[in-house]
Design a protein around this ligand. Structure first.
Ligand code: KG4
Ligand code: ZN
Length: 346
């Protein structure tokens, strides 16, 4: 059930969106007023570290414990009262089902009890729209390389709602490749930020083969296997190999992942003739990727955009921004909106 044209009711008052994000292991709430982020609070779930990855059941329980305090904090930091909220936006999918159910149910209950319209947001589209949290903002059309723990996509963005996935991973996501490689080296979860940190003092002197994937799609499973065999063989020759060469291995792994990503991005820019290029998703926090995009962009004559660090990883501000543009279009959903685990639209 879709409900349209709620927007006409309050068109002269400020549009104040309470946004909820709970798709994976971060519980986040934000307040966005007239397209400006007033607050953006994130509770990270430390509980997963001991398991070396996100445990869905643990994530859902932590969302339940976190959601009310995080929303209260977001309202407090924004300096607004519940009565001045105009609509509630929430991540409907994709993500972990149990986690999504917590945010969706909270959003529905909040909207129902305050008589507010509900806006469902697609998490991957919101990562793209994270570019509209601050200036400078990309001009349409632009290409967005969205790289997270669960997704790797090249998206052709025509406007706030018209987006097409023109390339994506056939197996692991880029963030997953970082996390799995880190696990093989004995690093904690999530390993991406740790590899990034260690790579800064390393020399990328180890070469891993590049995958031969046609078109604009990606594959990281071959890289994962070659890292596994490399570490196994080197450790058999010298047991302390990983510890003694950790920074160089991290720099080499990071360089390989960045190369795979930028090769396809360059191809996509050539194919589409679009030179406005953006990065989004948790892996866009990676300093090697950010620097390499800057260098490539300069060489290719691209205009490049990278969101501020807080808007790269999962956050509710991007959900609020996506919700704001849906509000302007009068796109609301009913209380029967159920979460979905997969998909790019919604
Ligand atoms: O977008 P995100 O916060 O959550 C998902 O929707 O998946 O992305 C999380 C992913 C994890 O795989 C994490 O290791 C990776 O982003 N990540 C990084 C960095 N910061 C986060 N990977 C490489 N370098 C980083 N600095
Ligand atoms: Zn994400």
């Amino acid at each position: 059930m879709r409900q349209k044209n709620f927007a006409v009711i309050r068109h002269s008052a400020p549009i104040t969106i309470l946004a909820i994000e709970s798709s994976c292991d971060d519980t986040s709430a934000a307040v966005v007023r007239d397209g400006q982020v007033l607050s953006n609070c994130v509770a990270n779930q430390e509980a997963h570290r001991q398991y070396g990855g996100v445990v869905p059941e643990v994530a859902s329980r932590a969302h339940l414990a976190n959601i009310v305090p995080v929303v209260d904090l977001a309202l407090f930091q924004a300096g607004i009262d519940k009565k001045s909220i105009t609509a509630v936006a929430f991540t409907r999918g994709p993500g972990l089902m149990g986690s999504l159910v917590v945010g969706t149910s909270f959003a529905k209950a909040f909207a129902l009890s305050h008589g507010l319209p509900l806006i469902e947001v697609n998490h991957m589209q919101a990562h793209v729209l994270a570019h509209f949290t601050e200036s400078p903002r990309p001009e349409f059309p632009f290409l967005c390389l969205t790289v997270s723990g669960g997704h790797t996509q090249i998206v052709r963005v025509v406007d706030y709602s018209d987006m097409e996935v023109i390339g994506e991973t056939l197996d692991d996501a880029a963030g997953e490749a970082f996390d799995k490689a880190g696990k093989m080296m004995g690093l904690g979860y999530p390993a991406g930020p740790e590899i990034d940190r260690l790579a800064r003092s390393g020399n990328p002197r180890f070469e891993f083969p590049e995958p031969a994937v046609p078109g604009l799609n990606f594959s990281f499973s071959g890289l994962k296997t070659s890292i596994l065999y490399f570490l196994r063989d080197q450790t058999a020759l010298k047991p302390g190999f990983v510890d003694e060469n950790l920074a160089d291995i991290c720099a080499s792994v990071q360089q390989s992942i960045v190369r795979i990503l930028l090769k396809k991005l360059r191809k996509a820019a050539k194919q589409t003739g679009i030179w406005q290029i953006a990065l989004a998703g948790g892996v866009s926090a990676n300093s090697g990727l950010r620097t390499a995009l800057g260098v490539l962009g300069e060489k290719e004559g691209w205009q490049t955009y990278i969101p501020a660090f807080d808007y790269c990883t999962d956050n509710a501000a991007m959900i609020g921004i996506a919700g704001y543009y849906k509000y302007l279009r009068g796109e609301f959903c009913g209380q029967d909106a159920a979460p979905y685990a997969r998909g790019f639209t919604g």
